[in-house]
Design a protein around this ligand. Structure first.
Ligand SMILES: [Zn+2]
Length: 239
């Protein structure tokens, strides 16, 4: 067995040892500590080139975070960001769209667009939060909204409001995203790929400087109603 083989196996084994950092995060003017744990890392080859995928756990409401990074890495596979600003996408999980190709939303296309933009830019990060399906309401809630959309012809926001009894329909929080950025000691200047102005405030509260860039997917006959509801009812910055 060559020394190189042994060395590589040893390094791969080492990535399986969880690395934990306790980071301070501000969320809605409340300051708290999160335990951010890197559980693993490996390269994935996407249609937009190689990315490092990290498996993270955070002791917040959302638990699992999958982080894709395009950057150089150090000996412990932590990214070394060379640009002055970090191109970032915060991607809420959408099992129906991203995994099963449901064509009534554009989540899958947005994820692909983000990968493509990072590939063109040369450096960047996608923080994917699987349990934020249905704007944080969960997969069961989201499936029920699809039921109302199909059977009553409602849009996504109308359906969610009915099921949430007119309470808040977007339950997502982004403190964990700050936790990941701090874990990686990412740059303070962020170029955020989003149409959702609400994703920006938690980052700003934590003293990140945010520039926004849109992530626009042309409407289809299936997503037209969905996109209109996002723009009109949720204030998304869409044409
Ligand atoms: Zn979706």
């Amino acid at each position: 067995m060559s020394g190189n083989y042994k060395n590589t196996v040893q390094i791969a084994r080492k990535t399986l040892i969880p690395k934990e950092r306790r980071v301070q995060v501000t969320e809605g003017e409340l300051s708290k500590y999160l335990h951010v744990t890197r559980r693993g890392v490996g390269p994935i080859h996407t249609p937009y080139g190689y990315f490092w995928q990290y498996d993270f756990h955070i002791d917040d409401k959302w638990g699992k975070y999958s982080v894709l990074v395009r950057a150089q890495v150090d000996k412990e596979y932590n990214p070394i960001f060379l640009n002055n600003e970090l191109l970032l996408r915060i991607d809420s999980g959408c099992e129906t769209g991203q995994l099963f190709h449901d064509n009534t939303c554009e989540c899958r296309e947005q994820l692909h667009e983000a990968l493509k933009k990072i590939n063109e830019h040369g450096e960047g990060m996608i923080i994917h939060v699987p349990s934020q399906d249905g704007r944080g309401g969960g997969l069961a809630f989201k499936l029920a909204t699809l039921l109302l959309e199909k059977d009553l012809g409602l849009n996504t926001v109308e359906a969610a409001r009915i099921l949430a009894n007119n309470e808040e329909i977007d339950l997502r929080t982004y403190g964990g995203v700050v936790g990941i950025l701090k874990f990686f000691r990412a740059k303070r200047n962020i170029l955020l790929m989003t149409n959702n102005p609400h994703k920006i405030s938690t980052l700003k509260e934590n003293r990140y400087k945010i520039l926004r860039t849109s992530i626009l997917i042309p409407p289809t006959r299936f997503t037209k109603k969905h996109l209109r509801a996002k723009k009109i009812e949720l204030g998304h910055l869409l044409p």
